[in-house]
Write a protein that binds this ligand. Structure first.
Ligand SMILES: Cc1cc2nc3c(=O)[nH]c(=O)nc-3n(C[C@H](O)[C@H](O)[C@H](O)COP(=O)(O)OP(=O)(O)OC[C@H]3O[C@@H](n4cnc5c(N)ncnc54)[C@H](O)[C@@H]3O)c2cc1C
Length: 381
């Protein structure tokens, strides 16, 4: 049977996330946007109420919730502050390679403790000269007895300075291209690991984005995920799990911008009537509502596919590209509905507009999503 109705448990999850956002996030959003301060205490509380690490399998102490449920949480939390939500999302992104490719010991050592105590992780793939072109990375891992020595530097890493461990993609055999890459779990406190300065970003300012240096970092071979040469596949497979929640985050931001636009359009008067009475404004808002709903359906479909155990790469790319582009358009239009006030930091749409941009960039740009979609259409025919 097909149904788009949420179950009672899912509705309760949505309520829990919404109440958490209203009570714990909303009062602090402006402060964290203005100062760029990392929202440690808010994320700690999120962990305490069980809205974090929900996808860690039950055999490792987690709730074992599926991707769909994660998307419901993502939309709610992100509608309050996507900068704060990105800390959680990046944590889930780092865990995804361990979930898809980790062995029992690795899951026990790195995932299980995250359920018990508040810890964070980061996903380290991008480098200064290589983002979309993952094969262009230079970080390498050389076997040294029963260890690997990791050398190189990563860039634009979310949670870089707060993570307890990293997923790191490195070449073990550069001559093999993508098949010469391997994925590693690297504890962040090891000698030779050095996060850089916090980047000053356009939006999501409380998110912790930095470069990281790896200088002869020694890790035991048992911290390698899967076999040598499987790293690229593992790193990309993680996105099948995380692109739907990222897209849900974009839906959350767009929804917030839309709600502000509706409120303002009914309050603000020009030419003797609320601006909502001008068709140019009401149609702009109608477009927002329609596209938010369409994006949410794509998110749900992408999540549904992977939760059924099916390959969802195409649907995840649809959802990520559509939701990110939609979010940017909705936030731009929400500023437009507010006129001059939308351009001011006094109104929340200004922040939402800045925050929206990153959805078209991280976890694969909107262009790369289209590349994935076109490859699926033509190469898999
Ligand atoms: C705030 C923030 C947080 C991030 N967090 C993380 C993280 O936690 N971990 C991590 O590993 N990375 C992270 N990233 C990196 C992010 O994933 C990359 O920035 C992104 O993949 C783009 O890579 P790039 O910046 O090198 O741009 P480039 O790859 O140089 O792309 C530049 C432009 O060219 C376009 N382009 C490139 N190749 C093609 C092509 N073949 N066809 C069409 N267009 C193309 C791109 O779409 C883009 O518009 C983060 C980035 C930011 C800004």
């Amino acid at each position: 049977m097909v149904t788009l109705d949420l179950s009672a448990d899912q509705k309760a999850l949505v309520d829990l996330a919404h109440q958490f956002g209203e009570k714990e996030m909303a009062p602090h959003v402006q402060h964290h946007d203005e100062t760029g301060e990392y929202p440690t205490e808010i994320i700690r509380k999120c962990h305490a109420v069980g809205l974090m690490n929900t996808h860690i399998p039950q055999e490792y102490g987690g709730l074992g919730l599926n991707v769909f449920d994660g998307c419901l949480i993502a939309e709610e939390l992100s509608s309050f502050c996507s900068g704060m939500y990105t800390a959680l999302e990046a944590n889930g992104l780092a865990q995804a390679p361990v979930i898809v490719a980790g062995n029992d010991e690795q899951k026990k050592e790195f995932l299980a403790p995250m359920v018990e105590k508040f810890q964070l992780a980061a996903y380290c793939v991008t480098e200064a000269h290589a983002g979309s072109d993952v094969q262009g990375i230079k970080t390498n891992a050389k076997k040294d007895g029963n260890d690997y020595l990791i050398n190189g530097s990563k860039m634009w890493i979310t949670n870089a300075s707060v993570a307890d461990w990293y997923f790191v993609l490195a070449y073990t055999d550069p001559s093999q291209g993508a098949r010469g890459m391997s994925g590693f779990i690297v504890p962040s406190k090891l000698p030779g690991v050095q996060p850089g300065k916090k980047e000053k970003n356009l939006g999501q300012r409380c998110s912790d984005t930095r470069g990281i240096m790896f200088d002869n970092v020694r890790i035991p071979a048992r911290y390698r995920l899967g076999e040598e040469g499987e790293g690229f596949k593992i790193a990309m497979k993680a996105f099948d799990h995380t692109r739907p929640p990222v897209a849900a985050g974009a839906v959350g931001v767009a929804r917030a911008a839309y709600q502000h636009a509706v409120r303002y359009a009914t309050e603000r008067k020009t030419f003797g009537v609320p601006i909502a009475k001008h068709q140019a404004i009401s149609f702009m808002i109608a477009e927002m509502a329609m596209n938010i709903e369409a994006a949410r359906m794509l998110v749900w479909k992408a999540a549904w596919e992977i939760d059924q155990g099916r390959r969802n790469t195409l649907y995840a790319a649809y959802a990520k590209a559509f939701a990110a582009d939609m979010c940017n358009k909705v936030c731009t239009d929400a500023v437009q509905v507010h006129g001059g006030y939308g351009y001011s930091t006094e109104y929340p749409v200004e922040k939402l507009y800045r925050d929206s941009k990153i959805f078209q960039i991280y976890e694969g740009t909107s262009q790369i999503q289209r590349l994935i979609i076109s490859k699926e259409i033509f190469d898999r025919k």
